[in-house]
Design a protein around this ligand. Structure first.
Ligand SMILES: [Zn+2]
Length: 77
């Protein structure tokens, strides 16, 4: 659940409303973590590629959190 852009947006709004250096630091770390996960965690295992929408909580919930919804077989050529 914490790996979601929706939660990041909600947290960003809270930091905007209640600015605090610690909360801003957590926000920056969370944002960097999400970006690096989006770029670097494309493969759960070598046989599958995760969806580019994986880090949207609504996408995962829409598919019922089924692993076949979240990943596609990797084409080996
Ligand atoms: Zn992560």
């Amino acid at each position: 659940m914490f790996h979601s852009y929706e939660l990041f947006a909600l947290y960003s709004f809270l930091v905007y409303k209640y600015p605090n250096p610690i909360l801003v630091g957590v926000l920056c770390g969370m944002g960097l973590h999400l970006i690096l996960d989006q770029v670097g965690n494309r493969y759960l295992i070598k046989a599958f590629v995760i969806s580019p929408w994986f880090y949207f909580f609504t996408f995962r919930a829409w598919g019922g959190f089924h692993k076949d919804w979240l990943r596609t077989p990797r084409k080996l050529s």
